[in-house]
Every structure is written in structure tokens, then in C-alpha cells.
Design a protein. Structure first.
Length: 241
């Protein structure tokens, strides 16, 4: 029965043309508001916070979205966001897509790739290269405190590769020869550069009726397979405009 139900669910979500509109880029309305519970974990700490996102308006090929932490006294921060919920930022002085959870229209088996290299991301790192391949896995029912949703599962798998630059340290030493004489000597210590690599995992459950994900998980793994960063969002409430 479960296999039959899943097959019928897949037909409902991906059949054309009856449901095709749901898999196209969503149409937003003023007053669309999403409330999410978030959990951010690093190797040193974990934070849980709630955030509210509000659609303001379409502006060219972007939309203005306001974000505010629930309970915070600061006013909402408005940000230009691509209409497909991808994330962009300046990389090496060029606006670059660094995350693209959805590539509308969505279709079972569809895949796309995000890849970029950033120079000098930190003082120690000469460059870091990211590449993630996203794929529409298929339909799945997801339960949250906001309700039960017929969602579309998207996974992203990839790697990061960092180049650590060689470092040079200047050393000096004073050798005392006699009470009133000494010799100063100097030298250099060189630490060779090296390459590090790790894994990237992304998971999204997109619900057409919500126009966004109802669950999200983004994780990064270090060279030894350890989880270095984990960020999760779960929908708590949605008010359509």
C-alpha cells in the first residue's frame, strides 16, 4: 500500500499539465510570511532561534525579503533575494551564486550544479573551491508543527577544497660571546603550503503551497569526516498574503 500511495503521490506532483504550475517558480504576494525554527551547530556551540521572513515586493529580477529574529528589538533587515531563493554574494569582486536549492521548473531527476572559487577567504587560506550538485529526488510527505505537506525532496552533494598558502617566519637570535660583545644571527622558517578537502551536504523539502522549503539541512564536513557546521530550519507557521 505504501508503494502504491507513493506512486500516486509522484503522479500528482509531477504530472503535466494538471500540477505543472505548482512546480514552476512560485508567485509571491505581499504579506507572505514564513516562521522558522532554526538550529545552528558548530564544533564549539549550538544555537536555537526563531526567524520570521516576509515578502515585500518584486524588484526587477530580485525580490525584497525582510528577516527578523523573533523577540529581537532590532528592526527587520531587508535583503535583495533571487526569485528562486538562491543566495548570491560578492566573490572576488563579482556577484556569484553560492547556493541554489531550486532550479525551477522542478522535475523528478532534474539536476544542476553550483561551483565557484574564492581567493583569500581567510588569512590562512589562499583559496577555496566549492562545488555542489543538486538533484530532485522525488515527492515526500513532511510533517512539521505548521502541518503536513506534500513536498519535493532535493539533495545536494559536493566538496570543498582549500589551498593553505606557505608561511615564512623570520627568526633572530643573540649569542653572547663576552661580557661586552655579542653576535646577532637571523634566519627563516618556512612552513610548506598544503591542500585540504571535505564534503558538503544539502537537503531541502520544497512545498509548493508554502512557496519555500518546509525543512532544510545544510552541513559541511572537515578533512577527517567530522561535522564542522550544521544548519537546520523547520517551518513553524506560514501566512499567505
Amino acid at each position: 500500500m505504501k508503494l502504491v500511495s507513493r506512486a500516486l503521490f509522484a503522479l500528482c506532483l509531477f504530472a503535466a499539465p494538471a500540477r505543472a504550475v505548482d512546480l514552476d517558480q512560485p508567485k509571491f504576494a505581499e504579506g507572505d510570511v514564513w516562521l522558522y525554527g532554526t538550529v545552528h551547530k558548530t564544533q564549539n556551540e549550538a544555537n536555537e532561534r526563531d526567524f520570521e521572513y516576509s515578502f515585500i515586493r518584486v524588484q526587477g529580477d530580485r525580490m525584497v525579503v525582510a528577516a527578523k529574529e523573533v523577540g529581537a528589538t532590532k528592526p527587520p533587515m531587508e535583503r535583495l533575494t533571487p526569485l528562486d531563493w538562491s543566495r548570491t554574494r560578492s566573490v572576488n569582486g563579482v556577484e556569484t551564486t553560492v547556493s541554489r536549492p531550486f532550479a525551477f521548473p522542478l522535475a523528478a531527476g532534474k539536476s544542476w550544479r553550483v561551483e565557484f572559487t574564492e581567493a583569500n577567504p581567510t588569512q590562512q587560506m589562499a583559496s577555496i573551491h566549492y562545488e555542489v550538485t543538486y538533484k530532485v529526488v522525488g515527492p515526500e510527505t513532511v510533517k512539521t508543527t505548521a502541518g503536513e505537506y506534500k513536498a519535493i525532496k532535493i539533495e545536494g552533494n559536493g566538496t570543498w577544497t582549500g589551498e593553505i598558502a606557505a608561511r615564512v617566519f623570520n627568526n633572530s637570535a643573540i649569542t653572547k660571546l663576552a661580557p661586552n660583545s655579542a653576535i646577532t644571527s637571523s634566519g627563516q622558517n618556512v612552513i610548506a603550503g598544503k591542500r585540504l578537502t571535505g564534503r558538503i551536504y544539502r537537503l531541502y523539502f520544497y512545498a509548493p503551497e508554502v512557496k519555500r522549503w518546509v525543512k532544510l539541512l545544510e552541513e559541511s564536513y572537515g578533512p577527517n569526516g567530522e561535522t564542522t557546521d550544521s544548519y537546520a530550519e523547520t517551518l513553524k507557521d506560514f501566512h499567505p498574503g
